[in-house]
Design a protein around this ligand. Structure first.
Ligand code: DAH
Length: 340
């Protein structure tokens, strides 16, 4: 009697295990049949009632049924686990070759671009690229450049003075002083970098801007050498030949000093709004290095001579891209910067 009951139970339970659609359904079958108060437990309790000689045989059957059902439950259980894992794998795969969404590559600031471009050019011409510190001594920024103590450039309005007597460099010219002290003559160097002036900020004035200084010291350096150098530089910057002219200009560290103009690239000479009808655009100051500057740099002006120039990188960028307000350059507005 008990044998038949067992066989039937085993068969129907196996069927239910096979039909279980979810791990929860499977679990409830397990509890109902194999649980502590389940059907099998009940049956084994009832074993006490049957004849002793039959008990061993039924006990074996009971154990066999129990093992078979447990095995089936475990297999079904791991089927569910496998299926769940497979579903996750199907859903969660990623294509590592796809570009990440929403990440925009950055770009170099236009000032950095022009600086690097010019550094490359000068390096190809055999020129040393030097970088001086942004915090300078008063001596390097002024005295050694033949700027006397009563010169208006030292005025509180123009220079950011630090409490220890140093200043933020007002131009890249102090790197000339460092170059002469470090290398002596002959010397061929440029010095790009950031400079600072205590100015009211408006569309054409910033307290922070960029310059590129140049200096050559050798025997018999003349204005002709300077002009050749400038024209090579300008041809590279503007990607065509440019006509230049020199006007006298005063800077304490050069003698004679000049303002170099280029013929207007927009109208080519006759006059237009960009050159204010003059046909010429003021581009950069330059000159032959003042003997006092050479002397203070430890170089004998009777033996050596040189030229120097100061290119306004910020202004150059504005010309190149027709930027009408200097404040855009350091405003940090990504809509502006993404155009470069
Ligand atoms: N240091 C000058 C300035 O910032 C620019 C300058 C003028 C540099 C003439 C030079 C030069 O080397 O020869 O206003």
């Amino acid at each position: 009697m008990m044998e038949g009951q067992l066989q039937q139970l085993a068969a129907s339970t196996l069927a239910r295990i096979g039909e279980a659609a979810t791990p929860e359904q499977l679990e409830s079958v397990r509890v109902e049949v194999l649980g502590r108060k389940g059907t099998l437990a009940q049956i084994s309790k009832d074993m006490g009632k049957i004849a002793a000689e039959e008990r061993a045989r039924v006990g074996k059957l009971l154990n066999a049924a129990k093992n078979e059902l447990e095995g089936a439950l475990d297999r079904r259980q791991s089927e569910f686990e496998q299926a769940a894992l497979q579903a996750r794998l199907d859903k969660e795969w990623i294509d590592v070759t796809l570009p990440a969404p929403g990440v925009r590559p950055g770009s170099l600031h236009p000032l950095t671009q022009i600086q690097q471009e010019l550094e490359d050019l000068f390096i190809s011409m055999g020129v040393a690229v030097l970088y001086g510190p942004e915090v300078e001594t008063e001596y390097n920024n002024f005295d050694a450049l033949n700027i006397p103590p009563d010169h208006p450039a030292r005025d509180m309005q123009d220079t950011f003075w630090l409490s220890d007597g140093h200043c933020l460099r007002t131009h890249t010219s102090p790197v000339q002083v460092r170059g002469m002290a470090r290398f002596g003559p002959p010397l061929l160097m440029i010095a790009p970098g950031r400079v600072f002036r205590n100015e009211e900020v408006d569309p054409s004035h910033e307290h922070t801007f960029y310059q590129l200084e140049g200096m050559m010291v050798d025997r018999n350096v003349s204005i002709a050498n300077m002009l050749y150098f400038m024209k090579t530089l300008l041809r590279h910057i503007f990607k065509r030949d440019v006509t230049v002219r020199l006007r006298p200009g005063y800077f304490p560290f050069v003698e004679p000093g000049f303002e170099l103009d280029i013929q207007c690239l927009i109208c080519g000479g006759p006059g237009c709004p960009v050159c204010k009808q003059s046909g010429w655009v003021e581009l950069l100051p330059c000159g032959l290095v003042h003997p006092n500057v050479l002397r203070m740099g430890g170089i004998d002006p009777d033996e050596w001579s040189g030229f120097a120039f100061g290119l306004g990188l910020t202004r150059l960028v504005m010309m190149r891209y027709a930027i009408d307000d200097i404040r855009h350059l350091q405003g940090g507005d990504l809509r502006f910067l993404r155009q470069f």
